[in-house]
Design a protein around this ligand. Structure first.
Ligand code: 13P
Ligand code: SF4
Length: 306
């Protein structure tokens, strides 16, 4: 670490203390941002931390929907997103109007919304889910048919693990979509003894080839506990920092070098320091939307506890 980065990190820690703030970072963030965070994790873990923390300020190093979820769960806290332009293209693939039109086509069918969505879309839903709990959330609903949005790949994966009929919106994650079956087949042929773990946002054909399908934190736990000296990891490459830190002797292989989410890489230490200095980039959700979206997130968190 150079002197400048060292000083910046020290300044961020001081500011976090002064502001009674907690720094949360998603597992795809830049290595130096993950290193300075109080908590790193997947969408589920970070939303639980955001709901439970005593800190007055939450600095969310991730993308917009994640900070918005924190603001929905903790309205009395200030939630800061260091880069307001860090969005999620999949979340932007459906609007509340589009979801209302879908609901009109399927009256009475409960809507399960992936947290990678706007507050307005959550507010139009019955329950939220993350990649870690999508199957158990679907099963928790006493319904023969469910509607999932926005991720078609997550929806098709859930459909294989429940007896329910799963209708879905045709959204996807552009980063995970880069991963093709051909690339995975080639990678497995070159590394025949390495298990493949994949994120449920990957294409169905890729998931068919996986030994385990896991959220990012599920991958962290799997890799830490595995005896395999080399593991093929089908997800955004920011996760490799945590995997390699936990297991310096293991080799983590990416089946494609295009698995980089540009939005997750926007936030720098300078952005974090500046947001804390100025207390700017506060994410808020209009109260009538927040109350409805809260119910869907709270129901999801409760479904996980039951
Ligand atoms: P996780 O909840 O598994 O961390 O995934 C979040 C995400 O945005 C994946 O693209
Ligand atoms: Fe959205 Fe995909 Fe980036 Fe996750 S990796 S934030 S789903 S674009």
């Amino acid at each position: 670490m150079n002197d400048r980065e060292d000083n910046l990190k020290r300044r961020i820690r001081e500011l976090l203390k002064e502001r009674n703030a907690i720094l949360l970072a998603h597992n795809y963030q830049r290595a130096e941002v993950q290193d300075i965070a109080d908590v790193t994790g997947d969408s589920l873990g970070l939303s639980q931390t955001a709901a439970e923390t005593d800190a007055e300020v939450i600095v969310f190093c991730g993308v917009h929907f994640m900070a918005e979820s924190a603001a929905i769960l903790s309205p009395q806290k200030k939630v800061i997103l260091p880069r307001m332009d860090a969005g999620c293209p999949m979340a932007d693939m459906i609007t509340a109007d589009q979801l209302r039109a879908e609901k009109a086509k399927y009256p009475g069918v409960p809507v399960v919304t992936y947290v990678n969505s706007s507050a307005e879309v959550k507010a139009e839903s019955d329950i939220c889910c993350t990649s870690a709990n999508a199957v158990s959330v679907a099963r928790s609903l006493d319904a023969p048919r469910i509607y999932m949005t926005p991720d078609r790949n997550l929806a098709q994966w859930v459909a294989r693990h429940t007896d329910q009929e799963v209708l879905y919106w045709d959204g996807y994650c552009p980063t995970h979509e880069w991963l093709t079956v051909e690339a995975v087949v080639k990678c497995k042929a070159a590394n025949p003894t390495a298990p493949l773990i994949a994120h449920p946002e990957c294409r169905p054909g890729v998931l068919d080839l996986a030994d385990e399908i896991l959220s990012t934190s599920g991958m962290v736990r799997y890799c830490k506990g595995s005896d395999a000296p080399a593991i093929i990891v089908g997800t955004e490459m920011g996760l490799y920092h945590k995997l390699q830190t936990d297991s310096p002797d293991k080799t983590f292989i990416s089946p494609s070098n295009r698995l980089i989410c540009p939005n997750m890489k926007l936030t720098s230490l300078d952005d974090v320091a500046e947001a804390l200095e100025t207390m700017s980039n506060v994410v808020t959700v209009e109260e009538s939307i927040r109350v409805k979206a809260y119910a869907t997130l709270e129901k999801m968190i409760r479904a996980g506890r039951d």
